[in-house]
Design a binder for this molecule. Sequence first.
Ligand code: SF4
Ligand code: SF4
Ligand code: FES
Length: 232
Amino acid sequence: MIVKVEIQRRNSASEKTRTQTFSVETDAAATVALLLECINEEQAADDPISWECSCKQKKCGACAMLINGRPRLACDARVHDYPKGVIKLAPLGKFPVVRDLTVDRSAMFDALAKLGAWLTESAGADETGTAYDASRCLQCGCCLEVCPNFYAGGEFFGAAALAPASRLISEAGTGDAQRLREAYNAHFYRGCGKSLSCKNICPAGIDTERLLVNSNAAAVWKRKMRKARGKK
Ligand code: SF4
Ligand code: SF4
Ligand code: FES
């Protein structure tokens, strides 16, 4: 079968976007990542499409992009997901474009550092519940793309920060718990509008609604209950 692939391209963030269209002979099970590799090898070798990719197995999150308007991983999206035979590719819109489909997602990684998303003391590991679910986060940024409250460089870090925070909050011992709760409140809870646009978008299948409910219970409501009882 022949698939039409329309790609939004530009050489730098300041340049105007242009659309380049390629016709690719492929089969229905091929991934968008494979289409991009074929295009770069066979049709765009002189001016290859810039895009990020590492694992090609839905494990690294690097290949996140807009595919027919929806944030997805290129190595997860397949030709048969688009029965009309037209696949439109664009860079994620919440981060600065570096070139073509490559964006600079450093704001998302900086947010993790600002959040202090680590433990300083040993903690138990919950291998079945929220913590295990949250640990599957790829830091791909798909959830940020659909979040009405997130913008790169802001103080609200979105569900990409909720996932690691949620995992740590549920595992933290007393030493880390207070610090993590405060960071969660400052960088997630206060800014989250609970719109749940991030629900059902995660390519890792993380149930962000469940994380949100569990983390709010751990980081916000318990603290309030403790305060009401006169404890820290
Ligand atoms: S929660 Fe899901 S969509 Fe958001 S960054 Fe993590 S893996 Fe990506
Ligand atoms: S619930 Fe809404 S505001 Fe909160 S992280 Fe998800 S998309 Fe963003
Ligand atoms: S290349 Fe790693 S998730 Fe797609």
